[in-house]
Structures are given as C-alpha cells and as structure tokens.
Ligand binder design. Structure first.
Ligand SMILES: *[C@@H]1O[C@H](CO)[C@@H](O)[C@H](O)[C@H]1NC(C)=O
Length: 203
C-alpha cells in the first residue's frame, strides 16, 4: 500500500497565534505547512488556471470557495511535496476546514486519500483575540475608529466560532481533537504543542 499523506488540521481564531505555532512546528518537526488561503491566492493569479476566475470572484465577494476546489489544490500540493521528497509526508493544513460544508466535502473527497492524525486547536478567548488582532493592526490604516474596528473584529471572530463549532464536535466524537491554550507566550504554547507532536512521531 502506498504511503498516504498524514494530515493535521490546524484551527484557531484570528489572533490565536496559529501562524506562529505553525512556523515552529515546521522548524522542529519538519511538517509541511499548507495554508488553504494561500493556495487559493496563488491559484487565483496563476495564468490559465481553470479555477482562477472563480476563486477571484469568491475572494472579492468574501464568500467561501467551493470545497472541491480547495480539496483539489490541497491534494495537488501534497502530491507534489511527496513526489519531491518521500519524507515530507506530514502536512499541517491551516485555515481549513472553514465550516461544516468544507468538512463534509473533505470527508467525501479526501478522507480516504489521507491519514488524518488529529485536529490541533489553538484556544483563545474572544476578548484576547480581538485585542491581539487590533494590536497588530491587521485592518491597517491606523486612523480607523477603534470602536468600529473592534466591533468588526468581534463579528469576524463570532462568525468564525460558530462556523467551526460543528467541526470541533465532529472530530471530538472521533477522539481526534487536541486543544492547546493559546492565551500564553508563544514559547509556553509551543511546550504543549511539542508534547502532542512527539507522540505523533512515535507512532
Ligand atoms: C490559559 O492560560 C491563561 C494564562 O496562563 C490562563 O489565565 C487561562 O485560564 C487558561 N485558559 C484555559 C481555558 O485553561
């Protein structure tokens, strides 16, 4: 039997420290980081892409790209990495699944082609995520009204919470959820992450 790609979904609110932790995991455990959002952005600007126009439309309108497209891009990337280097068989999938539809699509299209190890979740209170997002000035201009901006962040974060709830429930029932408290310094958070990944490598 061929070696199926090992997959770890990484979920967490904006500001949960997910990005920083992914970098650390890649450095220490040699996993390949795949950001669903980044794959879509790359595909959008690729000349002659069969999906480019459709992705463009969804990004512009702020809607979610059909799950078949995202799954296909993830599958292609995993294949490419594994063909180039057989040892690169463990993938951190960041920012996917975004909602129940994404998850159902993955279960249907990809679950038999991959070996899902666990779902890593960086927990962070709504209040803290909003503060972190604001302090790194994601929305950017510096002159926007702070109250409006924090309200927008709060809404974004609430939407995120409600759309990932069914995902967490589904994988929790399968015993695949690993939660890490993200409300600490990156090094402290990574201590806990390390314990989870050391277990993975021993398998
Ligand atoms: C997460 O860690 C912070 C800082 O140590 C602590 O105040 C908080 O209670 C923890 N949250 C949970 C859910 O354990």
């Amino acid at each position: 039997m061929t070696n199926l790609p090992k997959v770890i979904f990484v979920l967490g609110l904006p500001g949960s420290g997910k990005g920083t932790q992914c970098q650390k995991i890649v450095q220490e455990f040699g996993c390949v980081h795949l950001s669903a959002g980044e794959l879509l952005r790359i595909e959008r600007s690729k000349p002659g892409s069969q999906f480019g126009e459709m992705i463009e439309k969804h990004i512009k309108e702020g809607t979610i790209v059909p799950v078949e497209v995202t799954c296909s891009l993830l599958e292609q990337s995993m294949k490419k990495e594994m063909e180039a280097d057989k040892a690169k068989d463990t993938f951190l999938i960041d920012g996917f699944p975004r909602n129940k539809n994404n998850m159902d699509g993955w279960q249907k299209e990809m679950s038999h082609k991959t070996d899902l190890q666990f779902v890593l979740i960086f927990e962070c209170t709504e209040k803290e995520c909003v503060e972190r997002c604001l302090s790194r000035g994601e929305a950017g201009s510096g002159r926007t009204d702070d109250n409006i901006e924090s309200l927008q962040k709060r809404q974004l974060i609430r939407t995120h919470i409600s759309s990932t709830e069914p995902i967490i429930e589904f994988y929790e029932a399968k015993g695949l959820v690993r939660k890490v408290n993200g409300s600490r310094s990156p090094d402290e958070v990574f201590e806990d992450v390390r314990k989870i990944f050391v277990g993975l490598k021993k398998k």
